[in-house]
Design a protein around this ligand. Structure first.
Ligand SMILES: Cc1ncc(COP(=O)(O)O)c(C=O)c1O
Length: 392
């Protein structure tokens, strides 16, 4: 299906289409410049040179050194490498055993930290969030112990769009001599990303969230940060991420990040206007509706709602029938709707959180898309409420 012609895609926090300029930049690296970047012959050198150019482009955007960038196979892998790598390095040197995080992290972080606790004996403190999904830096300061090795807090939440007070959090970690890891997968292309400004030591990105290809991510690792590789194999990426490097993917990621940064300020301002119109329109036309996440400190393209007494997944399916693609935070487990753990951690009761809806805007969207949602969404919610519980 060609989604661009008859379909209004409003799920850009799930993934984005690849920018045609990115496709073009990647094209030579499939069959023309196809060498293994580790080979010493001419085709290998050509691939290695493209890879190092991509690393330089990323470093220019992030304001860091090229050697501080490790290409990975996804944002999930970058988060795994950061946390396992830092935890195992601390274990090796006997430096500590305690991890601080939050209850609203993406599973790439939440499940990794859970496994480090359950299988490897690390202790974990999850600092609570408030009703907007914000972390208080004072709570993080209070949670840090002499044996804390890493604090892992996402820059922006995927489900509710809340942006965390990164500068304050980074300052505390630096003062206390603890590594600061952030999952910036949702923030890339939408917020300033320089790790040096935020005292971030480890930062994960994923290309498919900013109009790059799927299956390629990166981990920024501040110089002199000890990491044990999360997977074992060859000496690629300075021995920190074994596996023949996806050169086309790295070129795609770097091109997409550069383009995203070039457009970031103007595009964020444009999307913020659309987002605010959407939020105002939904809240004023649908009774028992609320915004989830922070009203101000939120991603510019991100609107998320809860509607009392209905199921978000039913709204998603009904909007899909109208040719509009959005998502819901609630999951269905064995036929039973499950409230989102993010909204639960924010103290939102299940009769609201089951009816969660996320609308995330992107380059191709304009006022007409927002007006279309505002036209079709209120009658869908009304209909679902009227026929509850039989038709949900
Ligand atoms: C906040 C966050 N972290 C990590 C990921 C995982 O990234 P990837 O899809 O590249 O594995 C996602 C993807 O949705 C995300 O939203």
């Amino acid at each position: 299906m060609n989604t661009s012609e008859h379909y209004t895609y409003l799920d850009h926090s799930a993934t984005t289409p690849v920018d045609p300029q990115v496709v073009e930049a990647m094209a030579p690296y499939w069959s023309d410049i196809f060498g293994n970047s580790e080979s010493s012959h001419i085709p290998g050198q050509a691939a290695a040179s493209a890879l190092e150019q991509a690393r330089q482009t990323v470093a220019d955007v992030l304001g860091c050194r090229p050697a501080e960038i490790i290409f990975t196979g996804s944002g999930t892998e970058a988060d795994n490498l950061a946390l396992r790598g830092a935890a195992w390095a601390a274990r090796q040197s006997g430096r500590g055993n305690h991890i601080v995080t939050t209850p609203i992290e993406h599973n790439a972080v939440g499940h990794t930290v859970g496994q480090l606790r359950d299988l490897f004996g690390f202790e974990v403190t999850r600092v609570p969030v408030d009703e907007h999904g914000s972390v208080d830096p004072d709570d993080v300061a209070a949670a840090i112990r002499p044996d804390t090795i890493v604090v892992s807090i996402m820059m922006a939440n995927n489900e509710v769009g809340t942006v965390q007070p990164m500068v304050g959090l980074g300052r505390i970690c630096r003062e206390r001599g603890v590594l600061f890891h952030t999952d910036a997968v949702q923030a890339a292309g939408r917020l300033p990303l320089e790790p040096g400004d935020m005292n971030v030591d480890l930062m994960a990105l994923s290309a498919h969230k900013f109009y790059g290809p799927k299956g390629v991510g990166l981990l920024y690792v501040r110089r002199d940060t000890s990491l044990v590789p999360a997977i074992t194999g060859g000496g690629h990426e300075r021995g920190r991420r074994p596996g023949t490097v996806n050169v086309a993917g790295a070129v795609g990621l770097a091109t997409a990040l550069r383009l995203a940064e070039e457009k970031r300020v103007t595009e964020a301002a444009r999307l913020r206007r659309l987002r605010d119109r959407l939020i105002e329109g939904v809240l004023s036309s649908i009774t028992e509706s609320r915004l989830t996440g922070h009203p101000q400190h939120r991603l510019p393209h991100h609107a998320s709602f809860a509607f009392r007494g209905i199921e978000g997944e039913s709204v998603v399916l009904n909007l899909d029938l109208e040719g509009i693609g959005v998502s819901s935070g609630a999951a269905c487990t064995e036929g039973e709707p499950e409230p989102s753990f993010v909204l639960a951690a924010m103290g939102i009761p299940p009769e609201w959180s089951l009816g969660s809806l996320r609308v995330t805007l992107g380059h191709a969207n304009d006022e007409s898309d927002v007006e279309r949602v505002l036209e079709v969404l209120p009658p869908i919610v009304e209909r679902l409420r009227a026929c509850r519980p039989t038709c949900q």
